[in-house]
Design a protein around this ligand. Structure first.
Ligand SMILES: Cc1cc2nc3c(=O)[nH]c(=O)nc-3n(C[C@H](O)[C@H](O)[C@H](O)COP(=O)(O)OP(=O)(O)OC[C@H]3O[C@@H](n4cnc5c(N)ncnc54)[C@H](O)[C@@H]3O)c2cc1C
Length: 501
């Protein structure tokens, strides 16, 4: 915080809030280069491996919106959803199961069946409770009162870690708008495999949750899909006493409780209304030196910027846009379009890799075997596409859908895709005896980074970006989630140290 800002805001903060805020500001300033270098790994990968697919044109078509879901009567919902088990009992129920596959399926069932511990907020039995009442109930004097906006993987991990570390000394209120009706959130449905070392999330996670994170993956990898990790951290938060408020229409102007210490933005970069001062030039160059990229396990090879070739670096220009800096190669924004084919059984993995290798001279396909134990494991293929292909797929896929159903429902669409993609899909359909393989909605890798994270304000208080609100990683490089979770560990440690000083 600048000195004048600090003077202006002093009256709103107590001393321990100020100490914590100052140490977080310092931490954000000092770690900026490290985070920038982590984010830049994805930019280098794109320039070096996926350069054939970089395109900065806006896509022509509009995403088809998912059908409106029926709003369920609130009273009925509560009646139907009274938890059978508390969060603590649910964690115990999972831990008691000794068969790993059954344990995995039990966790999956909790998600599929919208277990109330995962979907209800903390004010569900107080129908009239709005966000103002939520603050009154959650916050107290002489404690850190932290609002985390966004209850995805990083918001939940941050909330669980803070509450586990500080107990009654920190009140945490998590807000999320991925909701159809007041007090309920939608189920966690992103079955995206991860590559996270379980150790990374050990230090600040209660042992009963950590045990679950540690048991499904190969070696010390957690390996769980994002939605299952979200479910575990949600249970952890509920057991520890984190407060949640879910609504499709969060009224942030009501976040006026004078005891709020500060905010975290964990919305994946979607929060509007934050203001960031500027400590980084609006435009600057970052030369990323050439380096070897060994990704043969994924069926791709380095095409550009190999060591010993000229130019000896990727000339990246960062340009400010709103709260973010956006990386460009010259005038071209680093941006690619992709889609995923998921659920490829481990038994088919080498066959799929062999099929891909001869048709992959432009690195169209990137194959990744998951890191769950053999009985649970499944792999995926990430496929680079053109903007036109992105528009075609966007118009017909809203949610992951079985490959065969996709073809049956859209017989003409396949012909519009590049012939190698067409042939891979055909081969996968032949191989997919169990009907496990799914095609997922297309997405864009359009990287950005917030380089002024220590200077954010929201509703008159300090706000710090975490997770994809700070920067977005590249799913092929895997530089997003692990950096975000490691960064959150440091945040907790910084707060711990500043409270002791
Ligand atoms: C298409 C795609 C595929 C990916 N695949 C993988 C993968 O396979 N493996 C992997 O490890 N990573 C993958 N990633 C990256 C990974 O998803 C992110 O690193 C991770 O989700 C970031 O977590 P987050 O909590 O910061 O943001 P999110 O997970 O986006 O969570 C944000 C939360 O904030 C809520 N929210 C948003 N706006 C508001 C608002 N205004 N008010 C309140 N709440 C709000 C949302 O409902 C959501 O719950 C992928 C990313 C994308 C986009």
């Amino acid at each position: 915080m600048s000195n004048s800002n600090k003077q202006n805001q002093k009256k709103y903060y107590n001393n321990s809030d100020l100490k914590v805020i100052s140490s977080l500001e310092k931490f954000y300033r000092e770690s900026k280069n490290t985070v920038l270098n982590n984010a830049a790994q994805g930019w280098f990968f794109t320039a070096s491996m996926d350069r054939h697919y970089i395109g900065n044109n806006k896509s022509a078509g509009k995403r088809k919106l998912p059908p409106t879901e029926l709003k369920i009567n609130h009273a009925k919902k509560i009646k139907d959803y009274v938890p059978v088990r508390s969060a603590a009992q649910t964690i115990e129920f999972l831990n008691e199961e000794t068969d790993i596959v059954l344990k995995y399926n039990k966790l999956k069932d909790l998600i599929i069946n919208s277990d109330p511990n995962l979907t209800m907020d903390s004010f569900v039995d107080k129908t009239e409770a709005d966000i103002t009442v939520a603050q009154d109930i959650c916050f107290s004097e002489k404690a850190l009162n932290i609002v985390i906006i966004g209850g995805g993987i990083t918001g939940l991990y941050l909330a669980s870690s803070l509450k586990n570390t500080f107990g009654k000394k920190a009140n945490i209120l998590v807000l999320d708008n991925r909701s159809d009706s007041e007090h309920f959130r939608k189920i966690f449905d992103r079955e995206w495999v991860t590559h996270i070392h379980a150790e990374l999330v050990q230090k600040y996670t209660p042992p009963n949750i950590w045990q679950l994170l540690d048991c499904f993956g190969l070696g010390d990898l957690a390996g769980l899909p994002i939605n299952m990790m979200e479910a575990l951290f949600m249970l952890s938060c509920k057991e520890l006493g984190v407060h949640f408020y879910f609504s499709p229409n969060l009224d942030f102007s009501k976040l006026k409780n004078s005891s709020i210490s500060f905010f975290f933005d964990a919305t994946g970069g979607r929060l509007e209304g934050c203001e960031y001062g500027s400590s980084t030039p609006p435009e600057f160059t970052l030369n990323l030196p050439n380096k070897p990229m060994e990704y043969s396990f994924a069926g791709v090879k380095q095409l550009f910027y190999k060591p010993g070739t000229m130019p000896g670096f990727v000339n990246t220009i960062l340009r400010a846009s709103g709260p973010f800096h956006i990386p460009y190669l010259g005038q071209t924004r680093i941006l690619t379009h992709l889609f995923k084919i998921t659920g490829i059984p481990q038994s088919l993995f080498s066959e799929v890799l062999d099929f891909i290798l001869p048709i992959n001279s432009k690195n169209t396909f990137y194959i990744w075997n998951g890191v769950l134990i053999e009985e649970l494991n499944h792999g995926l293929v990430l496929i680079n596409i053109s903007i036109e292909e992105y528009d075609i797929l966007s118009s017909v896929i809203d949610n992951p859908v079985n490959l065969i159903s996709f073809i049956d429902n859209n017989p003409d669409k396949l012909n519009s895709l590049n012939k190698h993609i067409y042939s891979l899909i055909g081969r996968l359909i032949e191989l997919d005896e169990g009907n496990n393989i799914k095609i997922n909605p297309p997405f864009r890798y359009a990287p950005y980074i917030n380089l002024n994270g220590e200077l954010g304000t929201f509703q008159g208080k300090q706000i710090f970006p975490v997770g994809d609100s700070y920067f977005c990683g590249h799913p092929k490089v895997g530089n997003g989630l692990w950096t975000h979770l490691g960064f959150i560990n440091h945040i907790v440690q910084e707060i711990q140290t500043s409270l002791k000083s």
